[in-house]
Design a protein around this ligand. Sequence first.
Ligand code: CP
Length: 319
Amino acid sequence: MPVEAATALSGKDLVGIAPLTPGEIQLILDTAEELLEIARRPIKKVPTLRGRTVVNLFMEPSTRTRFSFEVAEKRLSADTLNFSASGTSVSKGETLVDTARNLMAMAPDFIVMRHPNSGAPHRLAKMVSASIINAGDGINEHPTQALLDAFTMRRHRGRLEGLTVVIAGDIRHSRVARSNAFLLNKMGASVRFAAPASLMPVRAEELGVEVHHRLEPALEGADVVMMLRIQRERQGNKNFPSLREYFDFFGLTPGRLDLASPDALVMHPGPMNRGVEIDSAVADGPRSVILDQVTNGVAIRMAILYLLSGGEREPSAAS
Ligand code: CP
């Protein structure tokens, strides 16, 4: 499937994978490929965003995404401001709109935003002139995670088109699963969702995926196996009898991984719950690329900041 090349991103924001064209996705991946080299230099810094200000507005906990953005911003020489719900006036009842207006009075160029409400970055993007980058909104999208996941698959397999990717676990509450389904479909990969019925979104098939309620058939011949944690913070009631029973039926063990392709990649966006969705022997095993995902996340976030700042790139030879 030939991808129509893009040399720049068309919008001022990155609020989701859904609005991106395959050409824009390829552009971000190709730009990240070039920027990855900066991490290997003795001095890991370039002046690209000197004089630009980035606000990191995290209204939910984060380890990987938050630090990854901060590293990316510093490597591009941006000035960074870090806001979290607990340390700011949000904890005193200030609304998102008022917080945004006050932040804009400080003239930031970018706002990187994680928020518990689906659609919050989209609303903010319409209100402010700064570029909004969605770092995860409710159960809607986590676009930079899907991009770093695709980047990791492409670096290990050389392509996305034609890959069979299993996404297994708590898909119903997962913004990572939705963004990955959008991206992988656009880039010609096949996606299989595997989860108990209580953890599968309603009408999951409408996302263009194959739906499985048992892990074993989903794993047959897969090129990539992406495990997701149970998002207990987004569930009022228990959706399965016990964590032990969940592991017995849906945990990725070495025996179950043998059903996948012999060189299948094992991925996880983190945080992992060892012994719940994944066995430590698999998480730390030879097919795991979980820490590569973290390394690659910095290059992807650098690429997004660079491209949204107006950066361009020559069309790739592969286009
Ligand atoms: N993958 C991911 O979003 O991890 P964090 O919640 O630690 O940012």
